[in-house]
Design a protein. Sequence first.
Length: 199
Amino acid sequence: MNLDRLEPALATIATSSPPATRRDFLLIATGAAGAVGAAAAAWPFVSSLAPDAETIAAGAPVDVDLGPIAAGQIVKVFWRGKLIFVRHRTEAEIKAAQDVNVASLPDPQPDSARVKQGHANFLVVYGSCTHLGCVPLGNEGPYKGWACPCHGSVFDTSGRIRGGPAPINLPIPPYTFVSDTKVRIGEEAKVAPKAATAA
Ligand code: FES
């Protein structure tokens, strides 16, 4: 299934295990929130405060409500036509990501560099394998991060490449926490300019 062809107005999120079924797809609220809430009852409903479809298509940031995402769950969001994973990590997953000899990694990066300070429980990464672009499957593989079904690359709970042909970690899109329960994908936090110092 080509997820990129899904109607952008639905701002789709989905679970990650094929084969896809109706319940594999959750719809983030745009105009369709009420219509899909009941159908998606088996899954947490993730609402989005995103602007309208036309604005999304033009590349506007997308807000994602984190409240309904349970620990251990991964949801998928589309931003600028790209699939993005938003993962609510459990304490064990965070510990596994942190208890790693960074120097031993193929693409060395500490977990702290892959999450926002004070928000280690949420990981936001592009959902495209860095080998040839397949969609990795969540909670799979020896590190229970992601496993790519195409050629066997495996990623840990920080989205770092740990084995297989993928050369680098799952990239991180620009995003910022606008509150403890909401992220804005497509926008980085603005850094206040430093005050001028007297000569
Ligand atoms: S596309 Fe993922 S391992 Fe090849």
